[in-house]
Design a protein around this ligand. Structure first.
Ligand code: MSP
Length: 663
């Protein structure tokens, strides 16, 4: 091993639904970069995984009627199967529910707490569950999340805060001194203008309104904010905070965190500040790529659910894994947004893969077979046109390496296609079929075909990171041995005595009849729509039946688990209770929720005296908007049953902890 290390990561995905071809885009890009580095002799650590905690996952699990862990286990199995299908060569797959990760996250929190970078306060503001992100009023205009457009909800809870503001000057200085840190450069201004200049507030890093997360070691009522939990994966996966941290010592700081533009701010603000607080070096580069768009919209998991035509599994099945990998890397200018459409995809397959690359390989191997039985040996002196082909191969190789280093995949691939086009033109210019007619030109014909084989061999090495299986097929057709497949033997060279033993085979990429295929896709889409309609109707019918069954509560609208989840029921202990002076119906209760105390006013005086209530544990709606009753503020409502003429307060069991959630 050369001693050169390379550490590249993808974001860890929420296992909340089917992954889309948009998610596959990031992962394929990271895979191509990792494969190239391995070819170049680096010791590579390519990390991917899943981000399994948080309110969103908890909610999705409940919607599916499952426990969160049970739910994520199923989803993660699907994600791993997709990566296997797409030939993703990750070295490590981290799950944030892995025990070692959870423990290391606790150590991180403890350290930040001990050194005074985390403090307790109350959070009051807006939260988007879908993006697991906090927003200010100005950012979330009209109550909508600026990232996903979904409604944000008011969050008010006791929280721990992380002192982002303490480190912000250091971060800005870091941006200035390390222009390579955040790429493309345009993202730096985005961070400065949208988040840093308006004033970076301390970050709320714990939650108490749900418990699907890593418990804080110094206060078990709180779970870690999912983004701090998630970002830490980049170091915990290497053994940070664990007994064996040899990989951390070897690979940290990361060479590249590859992320979509929507999550750049977490990686370029929160993550570097966290690392500064932990006294660790920052990753060398955070690369924020653009989105793959479908009809002007970001492909999303929910949108993809019914649209089978953009499901990566179905796409790979219809067109082949390498065609999809190639399309993703070739079509979207890395850093900017790009469009996905089945039509664009099929056009790419037909023109670049079937016509250009596929034809070059099949024409060459077919001619080698026809004229020489597949055996090419000693040739003669190179002619000018051969030298020209070699010069272009050298130029392409050099440019390709530099473009790949900058993660400019489309540009790098387009260089390779310059070589492929030149080689196809070389066939037209050297006209092997005419040379074959003249016995005296046999040696020249042999040399021409050897040059073509060599150009294809170089091409196959260069397309290997993007299309590993195709490269292997080409090497096999040309009889290229394992040594000649390597990066070290990339240099184009046709020596007089080099030999080839080629084979012919099925076309690498059969041409697709675009009209027929589009018709076929339309049929699939219609079938999908019908199936979705059928399910909706079935559900509606089932709903109506349910309604009939529950006739006694006629008039009460049914709600989904989603709506119920919005109601925050908690156990509260009554520590004091008094009559409300200006009323003969109201009692004023001081209650303890464990994490805070508040006042609740309730109209139960006709049935309960103040003394009856003191010391009892009741259940309250804790997230009810505060209201004033007879001049007294009431922050919540207690639960009671209307039983005939009586009102019976619902008391919680004696051993129920104040503050615990009631579901
Ligand atoms: N769990 C967080 C990441 C935590 S990393 C410490 C997350 N997960 S995600 O599953 O929602 O998204 C993962 C990545 O997929 C993001 O980088 C996002 O930008 C990317 N993409 C999702 N849809 C995409 C497209 N349509 N196009 C390109 N990338 C897309 O965010």
């Amino acid at each position: 091993m050369s001693g050169k290390n390379y550490y590249i990561t993808t974001p860890i995905y929420y296992p909340s639904g089917k992954l889309t071809v948009g998610n596959a885009y990031t992962t394929v890009a990271a895979d191509a970069a990792a494969r190239l580095k391995r070819m170049q002799g680096y010791d590579v650590m390519f990390l991917t995984g899943t981000d399994e905690h948080g309110q969103k996952i908890e909610k999705r699990a409940h919607e599916a009627g499952m426990q969160p862990k049970e739910f994520v286990d199923v989803m993660v199995a699907d994600i791993k199967a997709l990566w296997e299908l797409m030939n993703i060569s990750y070295d490590k797959f981290i799950r944030t529910t892995d025990d070692y990760h959870e423990k290391a996250v606790q150590k991180i929190y403890q350290r930040l707490y001990d050194q005074g970078d985390i403090y307790k306060h109350e959070y009051e503001g807006l939260y988007c569950v879908e993006c697991e992100a906090f927003w200010t009023d100005t950012q979330a205009k009209d109550g909508k999340c600026p990232d996903c457009g979904r409604p944000v909800q008011l969050a008010k809870e006791e929280s721990y805060f992380f002192k982002l503001s303490k480190y912000v000057d250091r971060l800005v200085k870091y941006y200035e001194e390390h222009p390579e840190f955040l790429q493309p450069q345009s993202r730096v201004n985005e961070m400065l203008n949208n988040f840093i200049k308006p004033g970076l507030k301390d970050l709320c890093v714990s939650r108490t309104t749900f418990d699907w997360g890593v418990k804080l070691p110094f206060d078990e009522k709180h779970v870690a904010y999912v983004w701090v939990d998630a970002l830490s994966n980049y170091i915990t996966a290497l053994g940070y905070g664990q007994e064996d941290d040899s990989n951390f010592k070897k690979f940290w700081p990361a060479d590249v965190h590859l992320v979509g533009k929507d999550i750049v701010r977490f990686h370029a603000i929160i993550w570097p500040i966290l690392l500064m607080a932990l006294d660790l070096p920052l990753p060398k580069t955070v690369f924020g790529h653009g989105w793959l768009m479908l009809n002007g919209d970001k492909l999303s998991k929910s949108k993809a659910a019914g649209a089978n035509v953009i499901d990566p599994v179905i796409l790979c099945d219809r067109y082949g894994v390498d065609a999809i990998r190639y399309y993703l890397l070739r079509e979207v200018p890395f850093g900017a947004d790009g469009n996905f459409s089945n039509e664009l995809l099929i056009n790419r397959i037909n023109s670049d893969l079937a016509n250009d690359l596929g034809n070059l390989v099949s024409r060459t191997t077919a001619m080698a077979d026809r004229y020489f039985g597949g055996k090419l040996d000693a040739g003669i002196e190179a002619e000018a046109i051969d030298e020209e082909l070699k010069a272009l191969a050298d130029e392409v190789t050099e440019k390709y390496s530099s473009l790949m280093e900058q993660l400019l995949f489309p540009n790098a691939l387009s260089e390779v296609w310059r070589l492929i086009s030149r080689a196809n033109k070389y066939i037209d210019e050297t006209t092997p079929w005419i040379l074959a007619k003249d016995e005296d030109k046999k040696l020249r014909l042999n040399t021409v075909l050897k040059n073509l084989c060599e150009a294809i061999r170089v091409t196959a090495i260069l397309v290997q990171p993007a299309m590993p299986a195709t490269a292997d097929k080409i090497f096999a057709l040309l009889g290229v041995g394992s040594d000649e497949r390597k990066w070290d033997s990339l240099a184009y060279s046709v020596s007089g005595d080099s030999c080839w033993e080629t084979k012919t085979g099925a076309p690498l990429f059969p041409r697709i009849d675009i009209e027929k295929e589009m018709e076929e896709l339309l049929k699939i889409m219609k079938k999908d729509e019908k199936a979705a309609e059928k399910t909706a109707k079935k559900e509606e019918k089932a709903g109506k039946k349910e309604e009939k069954k529950s006739e006694p509560v006629e008039g009460i609208a049914q709600i989904g688990i989603d709506d119920f989840g919005k109601v925050e029921l908690r156990v509260a202990k009554v520590i004091q209770c008094d009559d409300v002076a200006k009323s003969d119906k109201l009692l004023k209760l001081q209650v303890d929720l464990g994490y805070e105390k508040r006042q609740i006013v309730s109209g139960i005086r006709q049935w309960y005296s103040a003394e009856d209530m003191v010391g009892k544990k009741i259940i309250i709606v804790a997230n009810l908007k505060p209201a004033k009753l007879r001049g007294e503020i009431s922050e919540g409502m207690l639960l009671a049953a209307d039983s005939g003429d009586d009102v019976l307060v619902i008391f919680a069991p004696d051993n129920a902890e104040p503050g615990s959630r009631v579901r």
